[in-house]
Write a protein that binds this ligand. Structure first.
Ligand SMILES: [Zn+2]
Length: 365
């Protein structure tokens, strides 16, 4: 194995431990070839660069094909050959072990540069088995696997990662609330925003933009421009609360109120179409808010009215948006929690799970 192959193999092995991994083990497919689905004539078919056409026994050709928005990874065999495949689907690739009834050789592959493929290799096992691993640049959804006597096709779609904007409240000359220990809200929200970004990126399911990543003052309108430019799918603004009553504590999630409760209507919400759009986005924001409250662990002590409506400038964006008050800095317990990495990790996990729930349901609508 070359160094590159070893690295790819290690990547594949690592991916195997991912929770989405599962193994499909099929019996000898020669005895029961599967019927290929009829091609949709309207779909455009694009033949992408060929990975191998070495005519090596038993592999005739390895290539990627595109039909509409769907890709097919295809392996064609030289002739009808009896083989037993074991396929491991990974979030961003697949590992296929092919066992044959006769001696085989590993095909030579070409190096290709494609927007979807990260890497691939064949490896021979003993006289009659081959391992084929391919890794993709994006997270994908596998749609089908088709075996016939002389081919294998693995269908998948690129799972476009959602863009989440994380807005660390306040910053620079605007410190926000002050905790009993003398720490400012702007620092707590910045730490939380950076840690939340890490948690979302680590999942591999989201792209993240921060409206600020240092202690600078950024006006709301400038933050909103950044959010717009990034084609954001959802906005999470992070803040901490304070209250004269030091017993008051807990997490609250805010969304905008109904249109008739806005004191300062947003332009251009004048027509019925605009109003419909406002409510469409508002109900999405509220669905996410409910999902989030459902995932907040007990340790975080949700306030009595966790989902609230308030007219906040940062929420006036044309996309689902929530503002999370992470706790009350005037409450001793909340203040201790906000300075605890364990608490922040739990809250970040709750936000991640809520995002997963929210987008899954949106896609199934
Ligand atoms: Zn604030």
């Amino acid at each position: 194995m070359s160094l590159k192959n070893i690295i790819l193999f290690l990547v594949a092995c690592f991916c195997c431990t991912y929770t989405y991994n599962y193994c499909i083990s099929d019996d000898n497919v020669n005895s029961r070839p599967m019927v290929m689905p009829e091609q949709d004539a309207k779909k455009s078919t694009e033949q992408l660069p060929c990975i191998s056409d070495g005519q090596t026994n038993p592999i005739k050709k390895v290539y990627l094909k595109k039909e509409g928005d769907k890709y097919f990874f295809c392996v064609d065999f030289v002739e009808n050959i009896s083989f037993t495949p074991r396929m491991y689907l990974l979030p961003n690739g697949a590992k296929i072990i092919l066992s044959f009834n006769e001696a085989v050789s590993a095909p030579k592959t070409k190096r290709i540069n494609h927007s979807v493929i990260k890497g691939y290799f064949f490896e021979k096992f003993g006289e009659s088995s081959l391992m084929f691993v391919f890794a993709l640049k994006e997270n994908v959804i596998f749609t089908e696997k088709l075996y016939t006597q002389n081919s294998i096709k693995i269908g998948f779609r690129v799972n476009k990662r959602k863009v989440i904007a994380i807005d660390a409240g306040h910053g620079g000359k605007d410190p926000g609330t002050k905790s009993a220990g003398g720490d400012y809200e702007k620092n707590i929200t910045l730490v939380m925003a950076i840690e939340l970004r890490e948690a979302l990126l680590k999942s591999g399911r989201y792209k993240v933009i921060l409206t600020r990543d240092n202690d600078s003052f950024i006006p709301i309108e400038e933050r909103k421009k950044k959010i717009d430019l990034a084609e954001t799918d959802l906005l999470i603004s992070l803040h901490t609360d304070s209250n004269n009553d030091r017993k008051i504590r807990g997490i609250s999630v805010y969304t905008l109120p109904n249109l008739d409760h806005l004191t300062n209507p947003i332009e251009p919400y004048n027509t019925k179409e605009d109003a419909d759009n406002y409510y469409k986005i508002l109900s999405k924001s509220r669905r996410f808010s409910n999902a989030l409250v459902g995932h907040i662990p007990n340790i975080c002590k949700i306030s009595n009215r966790p989902c609230r409506n308030v007219e906040l400038k940062i929420l006036k964006v044309n996309l689902p948006a929530v503002l999370i008050e992470l706790g009350c800095v005037t409450n001793r317990k909340d203040n201790t929690l906000l300075h605890s990495k364990a608490f922040r990790d739990k809250t970040n996990r709750a936000i991640l799970y809520a995002l997963d729930d929210f987008f899954k349901k949106e896609e199934n609508k």
